[in-house]
Design a protein around this ligand. Structure first.
Ligand SMILES: [Zn+2]
Length: 168
C-alpha cells in the first residue's frame, strides 16, 4: 500500500499499487462512538451512481469533501455514515493505519451497480446489491440509517401480509 496524502489529522489516502484502488486509513487510534469526519452535500444527483450516497428515500448525493468517495465498503465495517447529522462515526475502536470502511447497504436501498465484495472479513456477504436484498437474519449485525430502517420495516410487513394470504 502506498500513502498518497494526509487528508486530515485523522485520515490518509492510500492506493493499492496492484489494483489501483484508493482507500482511506486512520492515521491514529479512534474510540467507538467518536466523530471521524463531517460531510456536506457537494451535489444532488438525480439517479444513484457508484459514488453517490443515499440520504433519504429519494435523494442521492455526492459527498463534500470529495475524498470521502474513497470510503470503501466492508461487510465488517468500522464506521457508520449518519445521514441526518452528516457525520461519519466510529462503530468500534479503530487502530492507527486500519482501513476505514462502511457498510454500503446501511445507506443504499437498491444499488445501481451490484458488486462482488472482496473485503476478506469472516462474514463477507459476497454480492452487495443494497439493503433490499439482504437476508433478514443478517440485519441485527448492522446499523442502518432511518430511511433504510423504514424500508426494511415496510418490507417485513408486506412479507407478513403475503405469508398470511398464502396460508388463508
Ligand atoms: Zn465483504
Amino acid at each position: 500500500m502506498i500513502k498518497l496524502s494526509e487528508l486530515t489529522e485523522k485520515l490518509a489516502l492510500y492506493i493499492d499499487p496492484v489494483s489501483g484502488q484508493h482507500h482511506l486509513r486512520a492515521t491514529c487510534t479512534h474510540t467507538a462512538g467518536s466523530l471521524l469526519h463531517k460531510f456536506s452535500v457537494r451535489e444532488y444527483v438525480a439517479h444513484p451512481t457508484y459514488l453517490s450516497l443515499q440520504i433519504d428515500h429519494h435523494r442521492h448525493i455526492h459527498l463534500e469533501p470529495e475524498f470521502l468517495q474513497y470510503l470503501n465498503h466492508s461487510c465488517d465495517p468500522n464506521v457508520y455514515v449518519d445521514v441526518t447529522r452528516h457525520e461519519i462515526i466510529c462503530l468500534r475502536d479503530i487502530d492507527a493505519n486500519e482501513e476505514v470502511t462502511f457498510f454500503y447497504p446501511s445507506t443504499e436501498w437498491a444499488m445501481e451497480q451490484v458488486f462482488h465484495c472482496a473485503c476478506r472479513s469472516a462474514n463477507c456477504l459476497g454480492e452487495i446489491k443494497g439493503a433490499m436484498y439482504l437476508n433478514r437474519n443478517l440485519l441485527p449485525r448492522y446499523k442502518f440509517t432511518p430511511h433504510i430502517m423504514e424500508k426494511l420495516h415496510e418490507q417485513l410487513l408486506e412479507q407478513r401480509f403475503v405469508d398470511n394470504t398464502d396460508t388463508n
